[in-house]
Unconditional design. Structure first.
Length: 123
């Protein structure tokens, strides 16, 4: 299976924030989305990483199953008393992804920042 994401820990003030970036521009395969969910859900559940930023800037397309994976990640992080932020979602960067969040009403459900640095500063 191809590598889907990169994970990096960044110190912000006195806490560690985990930044997840996509290495691919689209994920449509169900097996890959399931694998992605396992990787993301392990952050709060197994690795105790509860302050997380997911940078969606590289993605040019997204399927609803993957939106569900992000919702599942948010629930797990909240349960662990953490915080999830998303960044790099805008009509200028990735119009299809931006529209998917808009149409599904998810822009109100997530903390979304234009730039990764802005998301980091929010922690």
């Amino acid at each position: 299976m191809r590598e889907l994401i990169s994970v990096e820990d960044v110190m912000v003030r006195d806490r560690t924030v985990t930044v997840v970036g996509f290495l691919v521009d689209r994920i449509f395969d169900t097996d890959e989305i399931v694998h992605l969910g396992e990787l993301l859900y392990a952050l709060p559940e197994e690795l105790a990483r509860t302050n997380v930023i997911v940078n969606l800037g590289k993605l040019q397309a997204i399927v609803t199953y993957m939106l569900g994976t992000l919702i599942g990640l948010q629930k797990r992080i909240k349960k662990a008393n953490g915080r999830l932020a998303l960044c790099q979602i805008s009509p200028d960067i990735n119009p299809v992804v931006d529209e998917a969040f808009e149409v599904c009403g998810l822009k109100k459900c997530f903390a979304i920042y234009l730039e990764e640095q802005e998301a980091l500063q929010s922690f």
